[in-house]
Write a protein that binds this ligand. Sequence first.
Ligand SMILES: Cc1ncc(COP(=O)(O)O)c(C=O)c1O
Length: 498
Amino acid sequence: MTFAGGRAASAPLMGRESEPTLFELSVPGRRAFQLRTTGVPERSLHELIPVEHLNDEVVDVAEVSERDLVAHFTRLSHRQFSVDLGMYPLGSCTMKYNPKFCDAVAADPGLNGVHPGTPATLCQGWLALLATLEERLCAITGMSAATLQPAAGAAGELTGLLLMRAYHESRGDVRTRVLIPDSAHGTNPASVTLGGYEVTTIPSNDRGLVDLAALKSALGPDVAGIMLTNPNTVGLFEEEITEIATAVHDVGGLLYYDGANLNAIVGVVRPGDMGFDIVHMNLHKTFATPHGGGGPGAGPVAVAARLAPFLPGPKATRVDGRYDWVTPEHSIGRVHGWHGNAMVLARALAYIEVHGGDGLTRVAQHAVLNANWLRHRLRDLLPAAYDRVNMHECTLSASNLKAAYGVKGLDVAKALLEEGFHAPTVYFPLIVDEALMFEPTETESLQTLEALAQALERIVERAHVDPEGLRQAPKTTPVSRVDEALAARRLRPTADAR
Ligand SMILES: Cc1ncc(COP(=O)(O)O)c(C=O)c1O
């Protein structure tokens, strides 16, 4: 028997049954939660809001009970893959397990109950936390000062480019170009363009590194700087980094370090010692905030002393034995409405303090060891694009499977979902054919790495016997193969889109 109104909130968790939307669950008059009384005298909206701002149309909202709402979101959460559920070897993204003590710190009411507009005199603890984090990040990167405001890596990149611009302009130096290797993450050229510069792309050599000769021939007095990540996006250390730094500095350019891959070197080498002038860090990769899914991140930018006067402000600063908000002398202004994504900053400091310098060094060492173990273990299945010692991630290629069976890197990645692993990064960096980039991170055990290798063995075996089946994988997940291009171009997150 069915009843008029919304759908039932109970449905099979596994298999292909789709989860109803909140609107499909909706029944007029149902409410999730109602306070019996607030104790505050009720006043009509007309008394509180000017009439021109009042909406006179009925707004269509889903009407669901708390019970149905909780069931809906819990069910959806069970259909997600997450870092807390299993291995998530998404290269370049550092999807490592984030320790729960960092959650506990961020949940502390003494921290999260404070409004960001609270006067400095009343939140000295918060300012001390921010100032200490700035110090620690400078120690880790070999820089002099930092801003904690940027809300993500890409926001950090733009901040860095605006700092580059402010620095050159303060010297009356007009520069128009920024160099970027062809293996760079897409946010790099986007940030350069937003920062008002032109991109000059530098090719990689056959070892997957910046082609030094091509770099030198692209240099000139109009070059504002270069953006690099080291290890680079293929997972390889730029061995000629000091020559690169000298060449760029010799023409008056600055070196920008995209710190997305900091997990590979944290506590081992410092970008400042390699010659970098500006560094962004993705705290949501290296320092204990789950990355992805649209959640808040943080992309602090640390700089060499000569760039410190241009940093965004205000910054938590120790003045006469107390903390205050101070804006650097030639600040480029704010890059965040308040002081940054504060809870991500608190988590990062907790992570750094609990690990200590030696603990952070071990993080990088284990991340690199795990990635090398994996590359070596998979050598006969999926050859590495550059078969030599890599850093924290290894870029493999499915081009042999494509040539032999028409099975692509995407098919391998999709099939991994059925094996209980999140997919690796696919088709990035663009310079590798059928790229599958695995970043196991330091938090996976040898047993888990071996289980991943065995899952890949089964998938390659399937490519021999059932390539068509692989091209349709996954079949057992709640959502099967989707047309990703269509989904991105025609996003219709409503029931009738299914
Ligand atoms: C190499 C690299 N640079 C920059 C970014 C941008 O960072 P965010 O996603 O925090 O904006 C990423 C993101 O994954 C990246 O991998």
